[in-house]
Every structure is written in C-alpha cells, then in structure tokens.
Design a protein around this ligand. Structure first.
Ligand code: FAD
Length: 551
C-alpha cells in the first residue's frame, strides 16, 4: 500500500489524463457509499479501478441519511432476519475499522400508552436483535421501568410513559465515511474522480467497453475504457440502466426522507431517542450532536426532480408535531429550525407495498451488454454489498485464479493512522481539548474534529494560524479548509461546508463566517482558478435559503 498520498484538485489534470489513456479492469459509476465501497473492495483485490462521480463524492443520498450505523430494528417487524443479522454484525466491523467515525451511541426506546410498541414484544424483539448481531456485555439491551427511563431521559412524557429500553447502535457521518472509503480506495490504487458524469455507454460486439464522460468543470467529453462496468448511481441507477437498454423487470422506487435540525437547547435530549410518531404508525429519531439535535425521518414516495429535492412544509409540520407531542419541551416551531436536509432512498419496487414496508435489501441486475447495476441496501451494509458484486467481477477478470483474490476489506482500516480502539480515541479527544482550551475554542470542537478527522486533527491544529486579525474559530475554519483542499479532493466550497465537515448541519454558527472568510480565502488559491466562485456564491445562497425556508 502506498503511504500518505495527498489527494487534491492539483492532481486532477494528471488523473484525467490517466483516465483517458488507460483501460481499467473496472469502472464504477457513482461516488456514494456504494460506489466507494466497491472501488475499495475491488482495488484491494488487485483490480485496476476508476470511479466517476457526477458531483462531489457523497453528494447523493450518502450525505443525507439519518447517519446511523444500525441494525435496522424496525426490519424485525417485517421478519427481515437475514438483513438484520448482516447489518447488525457490520456495525462492530465498521466501528473497528474507523473507531473515531463509527461511534457507539446508546439509543433510548420509550414505550408510550397507545403507541405501536408493547413491552413484551419490544423485549423479545431487542433480544433477537442483540442475538442476531452477537451483541455482548454492557451493549445488550436493558428494559427499564418508567422511573428508570425518566431518570436517564427526563424529557419523555411522564403521563403517557409506560417504561422503555436502552440498546446499543453506532452513529457516523455518512459523507465523511464515504470520503474516507474513497481516500482508502485511492491509497489502494483506485482512481476516484469527482465532477465527472457518465453520459453514455459504448458497446463493441454487444459488450460494454467504454463510457462517455463529461468533465463538469470544463465541459470536456472523453471516453474511459474498461473490462467491466458497475452502475452504483443510487437514485439514478435506472437512468444509467436506461443508457444501455429499456428497463424491464425490477426497477427503483424512490422514497424521500427529511431531517430537521434545531438548537440542542430547544430539544436537549441526553440520548438518541427512537420514538413512535403519536399520530401514525411510524417511528422516528431525535439525535443530539454537538450543539444541535436533529429529528427525522419522513418516508414518502417520490417521483419529482432528483436534482432538486426540497423539504416542504408538510414534512416539517409532521416532524415538529411528532417531537412536540412526545417531549416535555416548549413547543418547537418552524422558526426554531436552523438547518435541514433531504435525501432519496433508492429502494427496489415491490408490488403492493408502501414506502415504509419496502425491503431495504440490495439487489444486483445485469444488462445484456454485461453492465452490472446495484441498488437498495443501506449505508451500514456497504462493505458486504461491495463484496457480493466484486465477487462477480473478480470471477470475470481472473477466471482461472479468482480464489487468489478474496475480499479483504474486513481488515482494511479507513484511515492511514487508525485508533486502536474507542478508548484510545476518547483519550485523544481529551488531549485535543487541552490544546483547544488555551486558544479559546470550546471543548465540543475536540469531539467535532476528532470524530471528523481522527488523528489528522493534530495535523490541522499544527497549521492553526493565530494571528490577531482572526478569532480562534475563524482560524480553525481556515485550517480545516487547507487540510480538505490538500487531502480530500475538495473542489467547491459546498464540498467543504456540507460533505467534508458537516458544518452546515452540525455547526450552524459557521454559516456567518462563510462569505466573510471562505470565499475570499479560496479566491487567492491558484488551484481554485478553474472554479467559478461567483457562481458558487449563488449556489451557496440558494442552499442557505433552502435549508430554512419551506413551501
Ligand atoms: P448515492 O449516495 O446516491 O450515490 C450515488 C451517486 O451516483 C450520487 O452521488 C450521484 O451523484 C452519482 N451519479 C448518478 N448518476 C451518475 C452518472 N451518470 N455519472 C456519475 N455519477 C453519477 N442507511 C443506514 O445504514 N443508516 C441510516 O441511518 C440511514 N438513514 C437513511 C435516511 C434517509 C432519509 C435516507 C434517504 C437513506 C438512509 N439510509 C440509511 C440509506 C443510505 O443512506 C443509502 O442506502 C445509501 O446512502 C445509498 O448510497 P448509494 O451510494 O447507493 O447512493
């Protein structure tokens, strides 16, 4: 494996040159978690891999999930034991591979009078859940009576509360997980290219051999040659399938999921709470993070424009009402929302089933020209999805010795310098707090930085420029920006604000610094000359408008 490679926009012209000239064993279309996982799995098995993503990495669904690495408790209701077992076990694997990024989170599940959950069934359900995923020790579920649960989560509704339980899951940042998988694939020799859209597939003798690609930065169009292609385009899977044949049989069914963000002080839950929506038969989460709490998600059929999915007033009212009817808090209103996000689940259509009932299992389709497509699934299961589809590719590329190319990702850490375990990560956070406090930075920044960048936090802090023109928070923002420009193929300002840092959602206080600091700073960077920053400023203002105002 190559050590400490930098991965930045400066390398892009050389990367594009390679993409034009080489014939790759595998081309992956789509740089969400599914495509990223495939690129890592395939490159670590010895395949030469190119990946094309039409926007930024994780700019599709993989930055818009509930950000949990979870077993999917509710899938037990649908008797999806296989799915629960697989993703349940994956939680511990991913935690081991990236302890700073896939972080243990205790979930509180209240039992409410008239709710959809009964005490006995919940206890049995959680027992099965733990059993399927081999959960051990303190992480096993505990059933709590009313007093016990109120002690740990005092905001639950005293009148209606029957008791509840506490069980173990993990939280993550979906976009950062995708970026780390992309960077790891790059270290294993893959060539992941963002802002490069696949616009067509070229066939020879009935077989797919190349893809037309358009550079989204300068409009140039060229061909990338391959031996095998995988379509991992998430909600756009059918669009890419449509480039090669008429879609028949299984097809995608998109459902829209919205999250809203409120200041933590407005909904100060101590844990992530998974609760019944009082006025229907669904469950949603309230999840505290840094100084905010986010609430979600909705799950409704979607057939509109995939490039411009919006949060509407109905979505917001649904989530606010659910929170207001569940927690003993001052009523939350639309004015309390500081941010929001919305994503599309790329599910596979099943006759007669509603949005919430459709299976989250993944499936692989093959076109007559050999193109493989993969859809469905979950963020949590990305590694196993990759393994299944790359098994097929390896048999094609190495027919005689495919056994010599087994999947290896269970042992590939997702950072170059990983923490040994979560305790080591927590100790490191304590060390970072000691560095931040004298600089006047609140201690939550230690958790923010380490959960985002792991041990590279130290590298960022080394470059903290504390001149007296900038506050500590402004200096930190620019130090992170430098790090992301140099190491994380950050190309546009929104790549930084949404997908490299999550600042737009989790540190809304950063919003005021963007126009004053980020844009002027980028204007001076030679590497940014290709980027139309005026245009990017308009996109930023549009995003800002869309996360807080709803039609
Ligand atoms: P995407 O992330 O959408 O990636 C596909 C990529 O392909 C996109 O970036 C797109 O730009 C690119 N693309 C499309 N067409 C082209 C083209 N022609 N050329 C180049 N690139 C192209 N799962 C969990 O495990 N835990 C959760 O908590 C969770 N919560 C969720 C909550 C919501 C609201 C939603 C919507 C989903 C949730 N999921 C969760 C599911 C999970 O987020 C998705 O299964 C996963 O992110 C899908 O990843 P993907 O890579 O398949 O799709």
């Amino acid at each position: 494996m190559v050590e400490r490679l930098t991965y930045s926009i400066d390398h892009r012209p050389g990367f594009l040159q390679r993409a034009r000239e080489e014939t790759f064993d595998l081309l992956v279309i789509g740089g969400g978690i599914t495509g990223a996982g495939i690129a890592l799995d395939a490159s670590s098995r010895g395949l030469s891999v190119c990946l094309v993503e039409k926007g930024d990495f994780a700019s599709g669904t993989s930055s818009k999930s509930t950000k949990l690495i979870h077993g999917g408790l509710r899938y037990l209701k649908q008797f999806e034991f296989g799915l629960v077992k697989e993703v349940g076990k994956e939680r511990a694997v991913l935690h081991h591979l990236a302890p700073h990024l896939v972080v243990p989170e205790k979930m509180v599940l209240p039992l409410i009078k008239g709710g959809s959950l009964g005490k006995t069934m919940t206890s049995i359900g959680l027992y099965i859940y733990d059993f399927l995923a081999d959960v051990e020790g303190d992480d096993k579920r505990r059933m709590l009576d009313k007093e016990e649960i109120l002690e740990i989560e005092p905001l639950l509704p005293t009148e209606k509360l029957l008791g509840g339980s506490i069980y173990a899951e993990y939280r993550t940042d979906d976009a950062r997980l995708t970026i780390e998988v992309i960077k790891t694939a790059y270290r294993y020799g893959a060539l992941p290219l963002s802002y490069l859209e696949c616009t067509g597939i070229v066939e020879e003798n009935g077989q797919a051999v190349a893809a037309w690609c358009r550079d989204q930065l300068d409009g140039e169009v060229f061909k990338i040659h391959f031996r095998q292609v995988i379509n991992a385009a998430g909600p756009w899977v059918d669009q890419v399938r449509g480039m090669v044949e008429q879609i028949s049989g299984k097809r995608l069914y998109l459902t829209k999921g919205v999250h809203i963000v409120v200041p933590r002080a407005k909904l100060p839950v101590a844990h992530a709470v998974y609760f019944d929506v009082p006025h229907d038969n669904r469950m949603i989460f309230a999840i505290p993070r840094l100084e905010i709490t986010y609430i979600g998600t909705t799950d409704t059929y979607y057939e509109g424009d995939k490039e411009h999915v919006t949060v509407n007033r109905g979505d917001v009212e649904y989530l606010l009402r659910a929170a207001n009817e569940t927690f003993s808090i001052e009523n939350l209103t639309e004015a309390d929302i500081v941010s929001s996000w919305v994503g599309l689940r790329p599910l596979i259509y099943e006759e007669g089933k509603s949005a919430s009932e459709i299976s989250r299992k993944d499936e692989i389709f093959e076109a007559s020209n050999g193109m493989l497509s993969i859809a469905g699934g979950k963020l949590t299961g990305y590694r196993k999805m990759a393994e299944r589809i790359v098994d097929i590719v390896v048999r094609r590329i190495f027919p005689d010795d495919y056994q010599d190319h087994p999947a290896r990702t269970e042992d590939i850490f997702l950072t170059e310098d990983p923490f040994e375990n979560y305790t080591a990560c927590q100790l490191y956070i304590d060390e970072i707090k000691k560095v931040l406090l004298p600089k006047g930075l609140p201690e939550f920044y230690a958790r923010y930085l380490v959960h985002n960048y792991g041990k590279d936090t130290s590298r960022i802090l080394e470059t903290l420029n504390t001149n007296n023109r900038l506050t500590s928070e402004e200096s930190l923002l620019l130090a992170e920006l430098d790090y992301c420009l140099a190491n994380e193929m950050m190309i546009k300002p929104l790549d930084f604000l949404i997908r490299r840092t999550g600042r737009l959602f989790f540190l809304p206080q950063s919003i005021g610094l963007v126009e004053k600091h980020i844009f002027p700073y980028l204007e001076d960077k030679a590497a940014m000359q290709e980027i139309q920053l005026q245009q990017e400023m308009l996109s930023w203002r549009e995003v800002l408008q869309s996360i807080r105002s709803f039609n």
